[in-house]
Design a protein around this ligand. Sequence first.
Ligand code: SAM
Length: 246
Amino acid sequence: MYDYFEIQSKVGITKHMGGLKSTKELLELCGVNNSHFVLVAGSGNGVSAVYMHRWTGCKVLGIDISEEMVKSALEKAEEGVEFIVGNVEDIQFTDNTFDTVISESVTAFTNKNKSLSEYYRVLKKGGYLGLNEVTWLKEPSSEIIDFAQRVMGLEGENKDHWISLLEQAGFKEINSKLYTLNQRKQVLGDLELQKTGFFKIWVRFIYYYLKDTEYRKSVHYFAREGLRIPRDFTRYFGYGLYVCKK
Ligand SMILES: C[S@@+](CC[C@H](N)C(=O)[O-])C[C@H]1O[C@@H](n2cnc3c(N)ncnc32)[C@H](O)[C@@H]1O
């Protein structure tokens, strides 16, 4: 059985809450400009990393733990944007390398103490971290926590806990903005994130679905479980943009 990310990485799909609109907002809040060297931690299929470069002129390096994701991202690489395999819990760069670190819908899937300490370590002094992370808007029931863990593979946090994790990692001047999830806008945002390579995504999906029994079974499992989403899930499930300084 493939997990949630393996299904997506085989075909090159990734997403984050709020789509490219929230990417733009994070860049603005972090003050990214064309002199910056930006680490995109958990760059997925690379689409938002490419936009970060195009919008601001900054130099971008994306790392992702999945070789397949990096392969898909490399198809979109252009001058000023690179992608390599790497683990955000153990980043292969020396201290004080990057002007900015941006991570969108990644940290919640990792050992948060490790990844946040690594973002801190590789940032230059005075540099900003911009996070877009799943955040519980209200205390979730055990049914909702179980759904998020089992189907999405993530451990959500509430805003105060994200802030205390960032403080523990050493960050200061922590600002946060919370958003509820608008399902219609989210679907449109997800589609926008896949628009580069949309045709390839479908070809790959059909290929794996027909050729790989394990893939087909996993898709059926997640589709079935996804339909069992607790009724008021989106009243609890939102996201936060967190910006803080080293
Ligand atoms: C929900 S996707 C978001 C991808 C991308 N940030 C985007 O917005 O499209 C999460 C990504 O995090 C990557 N990931 C998960 N754990 C990781 C880790 N420990 N180190 C690096 N990447 C990781 C996954 O492979 C996946 O590509």
